[in-house]
Design a protein around this ligand. Structure first.
Ligand code: UDP
Length: 371
């Protein structure tokens, strides 16, 4: 007898199934409408033996020891440290913007002055948001802030979200701060890496348990009549507006398209990810062989094109944070609870939160602990 149905076989769904199997001794049916497991973390090895992230680059990083240790039961890690370059005014500069980016951008006398002022005002090693820097009272720092705002944030954010940065929930921009340091890494978290054999292998290993049954190519609509009115618990990681046939209207999401290209050369670009804040329709290019140091004479990249989500045309990837959208999400969650009883929402789409992978896992911990 199945005790739980889990909709969506991404990292949230897989961790849920494993916890229910191991800690609760309960069986789960895990379904996914796509033909594969892994959700948006899905990766695969191509004919060059390069591990490709089908839905765009995923880099694991966390300060949550418990999450790191939990996932480490199912994979070894390649200690990849993520670096991003921004292609700005014809050169590649480290993103987040840091003291090295300043050196590359401005004449030496000015760079030194800006560095000094940053270090004195904020302290070496600090992390500041672009909004905070823009509020500076020091003229030089306002000049610097305006430069970074215009060159790094403005164009990229318009492409990614369809609005200027001031219309965005400030937490989104805070994901990418300005660093008063010479460390070019994108993340500062204690634990960072890529699953040694890919995310799909990590998730497959999690799902190898006699109390877990996985069915791909199976949507909630295919099975819902079987479970309606039963005692079965539902864990739903998909879009909640779709679950209720958009009865209160559509929730806003952003979608991204990856355009893959293969080149007959060893490397395409000088880092795994290069951001293009200006002058291009795409936001960034990811080059996949960097993530696991795959050895191949050819290389594969994807150009990332964001757009608004349109029902039936593309897939939702990011929730759009805002008072209205969160209110509408809550309305859906309440209606779904009334209709289905034991239903829990997880993951970026189900919970309508801009979770990184580690936060999605932490959310599963807290939801399952409260059962
Ligand atoms: N961002 C930007 N320029 C950049 C990098 C990021 O304007 O070069 C902004 C943009 O609004 C983006 C947000 O910061 O959506 C968060 O960036 P992050 O790299 O965390 O996005 P993700 O990898 O989750 O798509």
């Amino acid at each position: 007898m199945v005790r739980n149905v889990i909709v969506g076989c991404g990292i949230s769904g897989a961790v849920t199934a494993r916890i229910l199997a191991e800690q609760f001794g309960e069986s789960s049916l895990l379904i996914d409408a796509r033909p594969h497991i892994g959700g948006n973390c899905y990766d695969f090895y191509d004919h060059n033996h390069i591990c490709i992230h089908k839905y765009g680059a995923h880099i694991f990083h966390t300060d949550l020891r418990r999450v790191w240790e939990y996932l480490s039961r199912f994979t070894q890690w390649y200690p990849y440290m993520h670096k991003v370059l921004g292609f700005i005014d014809g050169q590649f500069v480290p993103i987040p913007f840091n003291l090295n980016s300043i050196r590359m951008t401005f004449p030496e006398f000015l760079a030194r002055r800006l560095e000094e002022k940053l270090v004195i005002r904020f302290g070496f090693g600090s992390r500041i948001s672009i909004q905070e820097l823009r509020k500076s009272e020091e003229k030089d720092l306002v000049f610097l802030a305006n430069h970074i705002y215009t060159k790094v944030f403005l164009g990229y954010t318009q492409k990614q979200w369809g609005v200027t940065p001031d219309k965005l929930d400030p937490a989104v921009l805070e994901r990418v701060p300005v660093y008063v340091s010479r460390d070019d890494r994108y993340f500062r978290n204690r634990w960072q890496g890529i699953p040694r054999h890919g995310y799909t292998a990590m998730i497959a290993s999690m799902l190898e348990h006699p109390r877990i049954t996985v069915k791909t190519d199976t949507s909630w609509n295919d099975v819902k009549e079987e479970f309606r009115g039963s005692d079965v618990r539902i864990f739903y990681t998909g879009p909640v507006d779709e679950l209720l046939d958009w009865r209160f209207g559509e929730l806003p999401y952003r979608s991204v398209r990856q355009d893959f290209h293969e080149f007959d050369r060893e490397f395409f670009q000088p880092a795994a990810v290069v951001n293009y804040p200006e002058n291009h329709d795409f936001t960034r290019i990811s080059e996949y062989k960097y993530f696991l140091a795959d050895q191949a004479s050819r290389t594969v990249v994807s150009f990332e094109y964001p757009s608004a989500w349109k029902r039936g045309e593309n897939e939702p990837a990011y929730p759009v944070a805002g008072e209205d959208s969160h209110r509408l999400h809550r309305q859906y969650v309440e209606a779904a609870r009334e209709e289905y009883g034991h239903i829990h929402f997880l993951g970026r789409l189900g919970d309508y939160r801009y979770y990184d992978m580690d936060k999605a896992v932490a959310r599963v911990f807290s939801v399952t602990e409260a059962l």
